[in-house]
Design a protein around this ligand. Structure first.
Ligand code: C2E
Ligand code: MG
Ligand code: MG
Length: 630
């Protein structure tokens, strides 16, 4: 029985005993004092009342004392009070406070923590403090910290951490291990202050302003200064300089998938490797993120700069091994030359940036030089837009038709309409040169509508001449495919030309479908309601989800010519083609191969069960009049 109940029982027994003794004694005293029994009875009654009043008073006094006792000993309340006070202190200090449990999960942070780090409470609770690692300290640093916590129960020192914004900063931090009653560590409390402002002397501050804190390399500011000085010296000595702008390809995906800490370690490892590749005295700067600049102060020719760029690209190809991850990266480099490309540092940087853009556009992992040609290229695009408008208005576009054959019988069964531009000066321009521009400027809608109208009309004409084809295929730009107007446009053209919708096939690229599968699906269903057929063009290049493909109301897959080119020798191509055919057929689709240039390719495809084919072997795209119906 607990002590408190035993005490209560004892008190009750005592009370019972006292009451009995009191009643017996009072009875005897009253009987000895009074002879008259009515007198005795009255006094017994009075005695009873007095006893009740006295015990009531006693209970009151006892209870008041008891409450006071309890009030003073209410450990829970005191604890709560103390915690409230501690929380108030935590919240009003300028130091950041972070409490983790024994396992390292954050259980509490204060207001200053949020101010300093930029994180909200709900973004860190339950997380591990390694979330804030800056990447500046090696594994040894953290090992020593934990060793000290394990053995001395505390650690203090300077540590660089990362704010939510990504910025890294120094903090002075004290960590204490908190033990529970049993003497085991139950929590860790870290108290820290942001010393980025106070830490540095003037000189250090100047260094900080001009250097990247992670790699200690010159930053954009200092690089700009150095470039200006170098250009001035080069001009005086009639020397050439080169500026290389280097960008790691897909670095962001490493950062996103493996975290900032690995990202930072990778940046440091890249810098180390670059420093080993470059000759001493060459300025290497970190321009931000994953972008670096190299200034070659004596680089007489483009070939020299290109050699350095290639050496950098090759040098970064070997994998980096960080914390058990093997990372392969590649870099793209843009090169701008002084004085050839630009008269000053500012312009030189801008041009190197354009060249870098060009390098990335060329497929990454390579370098590109900034030349006048690049600017000319841009100008040419602007001019072409105006010219294309004119081309449409003045009927300079042409539709060519490429025959499609049944692979088994060899018969002509359909055609694909392919647009050309008959330029008055430049001759026949292939669609690859103007379709992308038309797509960017919105002219594509007019072009595709025009091609579709011409094609439907042509098909009607062939029918009228007795040439029966199963279908005429028309390409629809991915830019238009998402638009609702496409449905109305197709419906109108079919109505205007009177072509049987079953004879029209629309080719959509795989990427157009995958960009926005839901709206593509809706569009496809509506188009199907018109009675036409749909095919997926350039299949195999767009990383389709097979599950989605199954849901699409598509009647045909067109195997991209890139896979056909290697047939039948290339084993990879052969395997891919086999899979596409098997897959498409299992979904009840017709398979159509493009780019057939040799009879062996046609034979291989036929053997694998591909039904239709088109390519130079059967016939190039040609004007309608040249098509032979045999
Ligand atoms: P696509 O729809 O995949 O068309 C097939 C391309 O392969 C055509 O190029 C055709 O000439 C070419 N080709 C056919 N057989 C062979 C072959 O045996 N060997 C090789 N090397 N190539 C062959 P083209 O006419 O230059 O068209 C290129 C692309 O431009 C087309 O690819 C299509 O995506 C687009 N395009 C063409 N006309 C139009 C159009 O009217 N509207 C839209 N939006 N795009 C069009
Ligand atoms: Mg096509
Ligand atoms: Mg194609």
């Amino acid at each position: 029985m607990p002590g408190s109940s035993r005490g209560a029982l004892r008190a009750a027994l005592l009370y019972l005993l006292a009451s009995v003794v009191w009643l017996v004694l009072a009875d005897q005293i009253l009987s000895s004092l009074f002879d008259d029994s009515t007198q005795v009875l009255r006094w017994q009654l009075i005695n009873g009342y007095v006893w009740v009043a006295a015990t009531a008073l006693l209970i009151f006094l006892a209870r008041a004392r008891l409450l006071r006792c309890f009030g003073l000993g209410d450990q829970g309340r005191i604890e709560r009070e103390r915690l409230r006070m501690a929380a108030a202190v935590f919240d009003s200090t300028l130091e950041g406070v972070l409490v983790t449990n024994r396992l390292g999960s954050i259980v509490h942070v204060n207001r200053a923590f949020m101010d300093i780090t930029g994180y909200r409470e709900d973004e860190v609770l339950g997380h591990n403090p390694s979330k804030f690692k800056s990447g500046r300290h090696d594994a040894d640093f953290y090992r020593q910290m934990f060793h000290s916590l394990d053995h001395q129960g505390r650690w203090s020192g300077e540590i660089w951490n990362r704010r939510k914004s990504g910025e890294i900063y120094p903090q002075w931090q004290t960590i204490r291990a908190i033990a529970n009653d049993a003497g085991h560590t139950s929590h860790y409390v870290a108290v820290f202050s942001d010393i980025s402002a106070s830490k540095h002397s003037e000189r250090e501050r100047a260094h900080l302003v001009q250097h990247d804190p992670l790699t200690e390399l010159p930053n954009r500011l200092l690089f700009h200064d150095r470039a200006e000085q170098a250009l001035a010296a080069a001009q005086a000595n009639k020397r050439g300089c080169a500026l290389l702008l280097l960008d790691l390809d897909h670095f962001q995906s490493i950062n996103d998938s493996l975290g900032h800490s690995i990202g930072d370690q990778l940046i440091k490892a890249v810098v180390q490797r670059l420093q080993g590749l470059l000759e001493p005295g060459v300025t290497l700067a970190r321009m931000g993120g994953d972008e670096f600049a190299v200034l070659l102060e004596d680089s007489p020719q483009a070939a020299h700069a290109a050699t350095v760029a290639q050496a950098i690209i090759d040098g970064l190809k070997d994998p980096f091994v960080l914390e058990g991850h093997t990372l392969f990266i590649s870099a793209s480099v843009g090169i701008s030359l002084f004085p050839g490309d630009a008269p000053g540092a500012e312009q030189l940087l801008r041009n190197a940036d354009s060249a870098l853009f060009k390098a990335k556009g060329n497929g990454r992992g390579g370098y590109a030089l900034y030349t006048e040609e690049l600017t000319a290229h841009a100008q040419q695009r602007v001019e072409m837009t105006a010219e294309l408008q004119r081309a449409l208005a003045q009927d300079e576009l042409r539709v060519y038709y490429q025959p499609v054959h049944d692979l088994a019988s060899g018969q002509l069964v359909g055609v694909e309409a392919l647009v050309r531009w008959l330029h008055p000066e430049r001759g026949l321009i292939p669609p690859g040169e103007f379709i992308p521009i038309a797509e960017r400027t919105g002219l594509i809608a007019d072009i595709d509508a025009w091609v579709m109208t011409q094609s439907c009309r042509q098909m009607c004409q062939w029918q009228a001449q007795g040439h029966e084809l199963d279908f005429i295929a028309v390409n629809v730009s991915s830019r238009l495919f998402g638009h609702r107007e496409l449905y109305q446009q197709v419906a109108r053209i079919l109505a205007d030309t009177g072509l049987n919708p079953a004879r029209l096939e629309l080719e959509v690229t795989e990427s157009a479908v995958m960009e926005d599968p839901e709206s593509a699906l809706e569009q496809m269903h509506r188009l199907r309601e018109l009675g036409l057929r749909l095919s997926i063009d350039d299949f195999g290049t767009g990383y389709s989800s097979l599950l989605r493909l199954k849901r699409l109301p598509v009647q045909k897959l067109k195997i991209d010519q890139g896979f056909v080119a290697g047939l039948p020798q290339d084993e990879d191509d052969a395997a891919i083609v086999r899979v596409i055919i098997a897959l498409g057929r299992s979904m009840g689709m017709q398979i159509h191969a493009e780019g057939i240039e040799q009879p062996e390719q046609a034979q291989f495809l036929r053997e694998q069960g591909c039904e239709l084919g088109q390519g130079y072997w059967y016939g190039r795209p040609m004007p309608a009049g040249d098509l032979s119906f045999g």
